[in-house]
Design a protein around this ligand. Sequence first.
Ligand code: PLP
Length: 387
Amino acid sequence: MGEFVDQLGWGFETRAVHAGQSPDPTSGAVVTPITLSTTFVQDGVGNHKGFEYSRSGNPTRAALETCVASLEGARHGFAFASGLAAEDNVLRVLHQGDRILLGNDAYGGTFRLISKVWSPLGFPWSAVDLTDIDALAANWPTDTKLVWLETPTNPLLTCIDIEAVAALAHERGALVVVDNTFATPFLQQPLSLGADVVVHSATKYLGGHSDVVGGFLALNDDTLADRIRFTQNAAGAVPAPFDCYLVLRGVKTLGVRMDRHCSNARAVVDLLLGHPAVDRVLYPQLPDHPGHAAAAKQMSDFGGMVSFTMRGGEAAALAVVNNTELFALAESLGAVESLIEHPGRMTHASAAGSPLQVPDSLVRLSVGIESANDLVADLAQALARLD
Ligand code: PLP
């Protein structure tokens, strides 16, 4: 269940449509059925068709787990009820006293989970600059057992050299977890660069349509997979079959959506770069962007997320997010429709006063797959309305 071996050598888009999803043998249905049954009949005690009880394993979830594992080039995949549930399950492989190193630019919910839930239980943590490998090596806390990195980060889009961090962490005996939510496996495959575990908020690009909350873990190590399989079942934060179906349906078009997200992001970046009200544009393709070299090395394109700071500070940033008409003012990201938000007051409010606090002049865009001209025109009018 949820294990993938690519015997056919299929390309990414073929695996996205077919991996784990052969036509249903009983009906011939080409779409993976949504199996709602909570329990599965046994011919004799312990003699079943691979499923006993839906928390432990479910056919629709197994199809999703096999498919996304294949896209990440992973042997094992595990689906969860949310990205944070997936994150919580990775942290359960640690033992009390094990230190977690978290990049100093990360999703506010990850910061909250580590600093407010796990740290009080006896898991020390530090926020570190993962872009500076020499400083990281020189200041490495000896009790570190897990390095948590996002690349590109949320919301500053800083890119971290996964290969370099993994080499250092492994030399020092720590696991490396990469949150691949922003890049998706279409643009970046962290396991091939030395990461031990890949995390996703499937709520974002994997689902892709703002209609399902989900999480995912992909990994290769069999022993680690046994631990995760155990906690997935024992703690029980599993997704419903219908949610698995929605993510699986989203994943089929991941490649084509990502291509459009990337090209639309470039059109938006071109507008912002030349605009007098905009101070700094943050996009990994820009040569002066922090981690541009890492992004160019490990990503096949630069993604659909764009952040920028406003010369007019927080007031201007809040005005822009209120002025757009097509870009909807909302949290979340990675879906077909374009979204705009103010991270300091919205997604990253929980990081206020911490080393992960974000600039108050920052605006974050999740660039959707609408017509590029309409997106550019909407931002242009929102910026023009500032005085
Ligand atoms: N990781 C990143 C990069 C995110 O942006 C988010 C949510 O915004 C999460 C993890 C958490 O995922 P979820 O909201 O599905 O629990």
